[in-house]
Ligand binder design. Structure first.
Ligand SMILES: *[C@@H]1O[C@H](CO)[C@@H](O)[C@H](O)[C@H]1NC(C)=O
Ligand SMILES: *[C@@H]1O[C@H](CO)[C@@H](O)[C@H](O)[C@H]1NC(C)=O
Ligand SMILES: *[C@@H]1O[C@H](CO)[C@@H](O)[C@H](O)[C@H]1NC(C)=O
Ligand SMILES: *[C@@H]1O[C@H](CO)[C@@H](O)[C@H](O)[C@H]1NC(C)=O
Ligand SMILES: *[C@@H]1O[C@H](CO)[C@@H](O)[C@H](O)[C@H]1NC(C)=O
Length: 557
């Protein structure tokens, strides 16, 4: 008996603590298992160190983002953010002692000191993280190493780490980038206008004079698929479609690995459209950060933001995963990273996803399936619309794919309580209560056209490209134009938009009130998911931008 207790105690001591017990372990179906990785191969793991003053970070973010606060727009530099959140000496020491105890010395940090990226052999990694076992998986010509089982860390460091990256989560594929992205949708009618820069500029009331000119303005797209935009595609797109307004035809800076090979549709789309609405504004592309086999590309992009003092003001990202598949530790830490960005005055826009409310099939019944980071309270989420009459640049209705709903993890932030309550009281009929969590963060926040875009990829113009990956860079470009006008007047950037956006109560936005999005196709949910309604709704948010009016509303301090 005593021996058994002793053995159990030893197991507990050695096994340590699991940081991400709730992370769902599964190999996405398109990855093929290639076997165990040899003990001498190298892995690169990312250690997310516990930060200090996270409550204060949140408070400060509220102050600098609230137009009624006297701290509005008083953003922090990255160095100031670093002195706020960087880990305590105790945390740094505990983590270093643990790593060095395993002979791990080859690490690099970031300016905020809250991440460590370390290289070690598989053998060392498996000893450091009891329970882990690294395997190699292949998808086409891309390979990754991941653990097939949960990891734990020594109990001495458990309270000093949020999680270890590069162990469990697989990179998303093109199809899953935004879940259910199905590539070009088939046209419903033989002839169609299609969406081009001219269409967008007309619909959103941008004149030829509405282009960027401020010094130091900038915008960016970030993408995490193994795909590239091609400079020649961008140039051809601009010469074919971007007539009648001044614009740039080249990306200012590529951060990350810009490879050769075929251009990706998604990458082409993002760059071509942010540079069409945000015309003449220097544009960066963050591409494929974290190409080592054990890195998580999205996480590596977050590290990059914390390691670069000067980054663009607006970032658009078409990326999302099922909220229920991710660990709470991971999502909460990513939220801290979003708060750090917001405190610097950076605007982060995420696509709301392309499967409406989503659907998760549980044994007893179905529930909607929110997507993260779309469901994060600290980013602005963009949904999608289409023209009611596809032959006229007028009235917009819901695009049935437009992602939206309520988080099951994050509570509803104050800035949206009255808007969302009004929707819940007013909109009839609502899906059954058992399908969604009415106390959660509700999204999207706004929308733009997401249907039937023209894109040039591999030098070929392609019609019928659809998805919220299209609407997000369109909104990004428009917000960059507003930043531009603000900079010309000596005003600070918009930063984290939502507190101010919700105070507008829809001013400057075309309210989208027609149509429902996808959800669970079962007899209990009439209309599948949610339906658009007047004012805010969980399908198109507050609606789509009417540039001159929105600019006016965002200019007065
Ligand atoms: C440290 O790791 C990097 C890869 O991240 C590798 O290129 C380098 O050679 C390593 N340095 C040492 C001293 O092992
Ligand atoms: C952060 O930037 C510094 C300086 O450029 C570099 O040495 C370090 O490796 C970077 N950190 C990471 C995690 O890439
Ligand atoms: C903007 O566009 C809408 C419809 O496209 C139009 O009705 C309106 O007059 C335009 N101008 C302003 C300043 O709203
Ligand atoms: C632009 O940035 C540079 C370097 O960061 C700075 O010296 C300059 O004052 C900035 N200009 C404006 C107009 O903000
Ligand atoms: C509903 O959301 C809240 C957070 O807003 C969460 O605490 C709760 O667990 C969620 N309920 C379900 C059934 O997921």
């Amino acid at each position: 008996m005593r021996l058994l207790v002793f053995v159990l105690l030893c197991v507990w001591l050695v096994a340590g603590e699991q940081l991400e017990r709730d992370q769902v372990l599964f190999v996405p179906e398109d990855w093929v298992h290639e076997g165990r990785v040899s003990p001498h191969e190298e892995v690169q793991l990312t250690f997310a160190l516990m930060q200090q003053n996270v409550d204060r970070l949140e408070k400060l973010l509220q102050l600098v983002s609230d137009p009624d606060s006297r701290h509005y727009g008083k953003f922090f530099s990255l160095e100031e953010v670093a002195s706020l959140v960087r880990p305590s000496q105790l945390t740094e020491k505990a983590v270093w002692t643990w790593l060095q105890g395993h002979g791990i010395e080859n690490c690099s940090s970031v300016i905020t000191r809250d991440f460590l990226l370390c290289t070690m052999s598989v053998q060392v990694a498996e000893r450091l993280l009891p329970g882990s076992q690294f395997h190699r998986y292949r998808r086409g010509d891309q390979t990754v190493m991941r653990s097939s089982s949960q990891y734990s860390v020594h109990k001495d460091v458990a309270e000093h780490l949020h999680f270890v990256g590069g162990v469990l989560r697989f990179p998303l594929s093109g199809k899953e980038n935004i879940k259910a992205w199905a590539g070009p949708k088939r046209p419903t009618k033989a002839f169609h206008l299609g969406v081009t820069p001219a269409t967008l500029r007309t619909r959103y009331n941008l004149t030829a004079a509405d282009i960027g000119s401020a010094a130091n303005n900038s915008q960016a797209v970030a993408q995490f698929l193994e795909q590239y935009y091609h400079p020649a595609d961008l140039a051809e797109f601009m010469s074919l479609f971007a007539r009648g307004f001044k614009h740039l035809t080249e990306v200012e800076r590529v951060v990350g690995k810009q490879g050769g090979g075929k251009a990706g549709l998604e990458a082409s789309l993002d760059v071509e459209y942010i540079m069409s609405t945000g015309a003449n504004i220097p544009t960066w592309v963050f591409t494929n950060p974290g190409r080592h086999e054990t890195q998580e590309p999205f996480l590596q992009w977050m590290l990059l933001l914390s390691n670069m003092s000067a980054v663009p003001w607006v970032h658009t990202i078409s990326y999302g995963d099922d909220e229920d598949s991710l660990s709470a530790a991971y999502m909460n830490r990513i939220n801290n990273e979003f708060m750090k960005a917001g405190l610097r005055g950076i605007t982060l826009l995420f696509a709301s996803g392309d499967s409406g409310a989503g659907c998760r099939h549980l044994t007893k019944e179905n529930v909607f399936r929110p997507s993260f980071p779309a469901s994060s309270p600290y980013v602005t989420t963009v949904g999608g619309t289409s023209f009611k009459n596809p032959f006229k640049v007028t009235y917009e209705v819901t695009d049935y794919i437009s992602g939206g709903g309520f988080s099951n993890v994050f509570t509803m932030p104050d800035y949206q309580v009255s808007a969302v309550s009004a929707f819940l009281k007013g909109a009839q009929p609502l899906p059954p209560e058992s399908y969604f969590n009415r106390t959660g963060r509700a999204y999207p926040d706004m929308a733009a056209l997401s249907d039937n875009y023209w894109v040039v990829t591999n030098l070929v113009p392609i019609p019928w490209v659809s998805g919220t990956s299209a609407s997000t860079p369109v909104v990004g470009g428009i917000l960059s134009l507003i930043n531009d006008q603000r900079f010309l007047k000596g005003l600070p950037a918009l930063g984290f938009l939502n507190p101010r956006l919700y105070k507008l109560k829809g001013a400057g936005l075309f309210d989208v009130t027609e149509g429902c999005h996808l959800g669970c196709l079962d007899e209990k949910v009439e209309g599948n998911g949610f339906c658009a309604a007047s004012s805010w709704d969980p399908v198109t948010g507050w609606g789509t931008p009417n540039y001159p009016v929105l600019l006016d509303a965002f200019m007065d301090d």
